[in-house]
Each structure stands twice: as structure tokens, then as C-alpha cells.
Design a protein around this ligand. Sequence first.
Ligand SMILES: O=P(O)(O)OC[C@H]1O[C@H](OP(=O)(O)OP(=O)(O)O)[C@H](O)[C@@H]1O
Ligand SMILES: NC(=O)CC[C@H](N)C(=O)O
Ligand SMILES: [Mg+2]
Length: 523
Amino acid sequence: MCGIIGIILADSQGTVAHELFDGTMFLQHRGQDAAGIVTCGNKGRLYQCKGNGMARDVFTQQRMSGLIGHYGIAHLRYPTAGSSANSEAQPFYVNSPYGISLSHNGNLVNGKYLRDYLDKSVHRHINTDSDSELLLNIFAAELDKYHKARVNNDDLFNALKGVFRECRGAYACVGMLAGYGLIGFRDPNGIRPLVIGERLKSDGSKDYMLASESVVLKAHNFNTFRDILPGEAVIIPKNTHKPVFKQIIPKITYTPDIFEYVYFARPDSVLDGISVYHSRLNMGSKLADSILKHFNNDISQIDVVIPVPDTSRHSALACAVALNLPYREGFVKNRYIGRTFIMPDQKERRSSVRRKLNAMESEFNNKNVLLVDDSIVRGTTSKEIVQMAREAGATKVYFASCAPAIRHNHIYGIDLADTKALVAYNRTENDVSKEIAADKVIYQDLNDLIDCCSTDSIKDFEVGVFTGDYITGIEQDYLKELEESRAQNQKLKELGLGNSTVNSDSVKSEVDIGLYNSGDYAH
Ligand SMILES: O=P(O)(O)OC[C@H]1O[C@H](OP(=O)(O)OP(=O)(O)O)[C@H](O)[C@@H]1O
Ligand SMILES: NC(=O)CC[C@H](N)C(=O)O
Ligand SMILES: [Mg+2]
């Protein structure tokens, strides 16, 4: 899913890097693989610090001290295209034209076409397998068409029109044109989120921030904010320091990815006017209805509702209240282990569940427990958790999911390339119960989930992961190629070649050209 941030301060002598760094702390849950910041100094020079790792490890004090300038962008990466090579850490940069850097959240689904177009028609060199590098180069190629020494807002908006025309898929982006200012834009279906806010200063001037989630804005006192709309762009030039909004192309749909509400986003964010927290409470209450149905309205055989920390906590509580059953925190979460689902490989994910969650016997011993999680995806967590509940003495273990069964790829920003890895793939509910060794598995109904998130203005969501119908459609063979490339990356990683220098084109190397994309230059 990735997290993106852009900030421009009113004070042109100010330093933005600290706030960008602080902002990444609020979006770490969106990407744990790589982090990056690029700032722009007064002479229009860009300063960069990026590489693989969590934000706190990449942004050391020493590296941060070199990030000069009052505007800049940041990125937290959860790889969903290409590989997890250092060279694919974002923001990406191209020096021509004008010096552009870009942070992208989402996935393009017509990468093959874009790669071909960039190569054969506009002759731009692409150095990695990242779709974000393609997007940036499309933008650069569009801007190049004006053959101008200096561009203006209209040129930028027109170039974005070209981006919207060429790029298919999900993209919420913040970009920066060296010496010019900040840019933000969102795909015409509004699949991935992007919020803009302002912070009024005592002298009447304003700072501006763009971010994936409202929680970052609130935390930094950017109190007036709104969502960038599908197909809309904003430019905040450093000279005028006034945001200029433009609907670049008419919105096609307004269909945010429902998985933001199920799992991705922080509960204290409001995205597209929908409170993530409230949607999760709704999911818990609605799930109670399905549970009652499954038990023919007799839940006397359930003693206690227990959440699977972290994400399902609020839903599980609402579910327990609706069922009039006790709620207990039977699993203690180790706060030093990050999200397991977005870890890059399965072995790591599996062992992390046990390191992350520990069962308290007193809450399980001789009890029939109803475990509630936000979703069951590969089943890594649920399998382990059910077993832990039994080891802790549970008599019966029922497992309920706030999301419906996941049987399809998520193509807009979740690393779920291989459908066969999904525990519900080609399996019924009963099969899934057997697979995770639960006594019963209960899923939320899709229409109920949609109801939980709907508002007066947004009633449709991107739900392809549940239905296999994707809002943008996909390029022929896209899924097959995605599966193949992700499988190959996985194999290389298992062989320990993911970051090596072995002489093979398919190996992602630390020594991919480092001119603009190395993470280590700042040591
Ligand atoms: O079926 P799986 O493949 O295991 O995926 C689903 C699980 O992964 C996520 O937890 P995660 O540990 O990533 O994050 P959380 O702490 O926010 O719940 C999610 O909340 C589910 O618990
Ligand atoms: N999860 C995301 O948004 C990833 C962005 C981009 N597709 C990448 O893999 O770097
Ligand atoms: Mg979880």
C-alpha cells in the first residue's frame, strides 16, 4: 500500500526534513520495507536519503542533517511491483526535464505497455522493475513535450493529463519539481487515498501537507484538510505558495479500496470522509449478525470474544457488545514486532506471528472462544493463532473475519500476487476451517462490509480482491506476469540472491546504478 507525504513550509528559510521524518512515523504501518525523503534546497538542488529498512533505521541523524530545504516529499514502501531491491526504494528521481522526484502509492496494471512506450516512442531508460519508475518517466516524457526552459502550472497540469491518459491502475502520488514546488494527484477512480491540509501560522501564512492518511495531518496541526478527488491534481508552487487545484480528467468512479478500512489504514484516520475507526466498529456489529445466523441464534456455546491484535481490536469489541458476550484480550502483542502481513516473505511472516502474539492461558483454558480478525488472507496468522489458542487450553475455537473470503489477487497495492497462496482460494468456508484447524469459520458478507463503510456520498468501493472484478480492468496476461515475477523474486530471496551482485539480469542488485537511486550514498 505504501505511505506518501509532501510538505511545503511558508518559511523559505525553514527545514522541512524533520517534519517529513516525523510524518513517516505515522505512516510506518503502510510500508516497512524501504523509506525515503527528498528535499529541495533554495538553489533548486535536491537532497535525498533513502534505502531499505524501517524509517527510524534509514533516517539516521547524520543522514537527516544533509536534507536541506523548506519543501520535500517522503515515501514508505511496501513493494507490490518489481522487487524489494534497494534501487526500488522511493522517492524516484529523474534529472530531465527540470529534476522531478516522485512518491507513488498504488500499482499500475499496464506496465508492459508503458515500458514499451517509454522505450520505443520516447526513448527513456528504465533501470528497475518498479512501476513507479514508469509513472515518473511518463510524467517526465509528457513535460518534455513542451520543449521549454521553464514550465508553468498549466504545463504541469497538461503533462498530468498525459499521465492520466497513459497510466492505468491505482496511483496516489506526491511529486516535486526542483525549484518549482509540490505536486499531488490521484487516479480517476480514487482507489488509493490522498489528503491535503493547511496549517495557519501566527503571521497569517500557511504551510501545506499532502499525505496518505489524515492522521499525519492532524498530528502536525494541519487542521483544515480535504481529500484530493479522483482525477484531481494540486500544485503548490514555492513562489506563489498558493495551492492550485485542477480536475485533470473527469472522475471515472469514486471507489476507494475497501481494504484501507478493513486493514491498511490507521483507525484514527478519516479517508474520503469515512472514519476508519467507525467503519471497523460497524464491521464488528455487522459480523455479529452473521455469527448469530451461523449459530442459529444460539450462541450459548461461545464463552468469550477475543481479538487478534492489532487491527481487529475495535471490531472485536463491537462484535462482543452486539453479541452480549464478554470481551477479553487473550493475546498480548509484542510492541516491538511490526505488521506481519506486509513482511516480504512467508517464512518471516510465519515465525513473526508467534513472536508478535502470545496467548494468556487464563483466557483460553477450558473455554469456547470466538476469535475475531479483520481478515484471513494467506491464513498465516489464523493457523498459528488457532493452534496457540488450543495450546492455551481452549475447548472450541471459532474464527470470524470482518472481511469476506479473499479468493482473488489484490492488484492495486497489496502483495498478493499468487492466488494459490490465499487460504480461501478454491476452498469453501468448511475447507478453510479445516485448513486453519478451527471449529468454525465465519466470514462477513460483502454487502454488509460495503454498508459498514458507506456514506451518503460514497457507496461504491474497489472490492476486486473479493470478487475478481477490478475497477480499471487489467492488461492481458497482467496477473500471470505479476505472479511469475513475484514468484521469481521470492525464489531469489530464498536462495539468498535478492540483493547480491551475481551476474544475472534477474537478480536485483545493491549495485543497480546508484547515481540517483542508491540508498547508501549518504553514509
Ligand atoms: O491471513 P494472513 O495472511 O495472516 O493475513 C491476515 C492477518 O495479517 C494482518 O495482521 P498484521 O500482523 O499484519 O497487522 P496488525 O498487527 O495490524 O493486525 C491482518 O490484521 C490479519 O491479522
Ligand atoms: N504498495 C505500494 O503502493 C507500492 C508502490 C509501488 N507499486 C512499489 O512497488 O513500489
Ligand atoms: Mg492482524
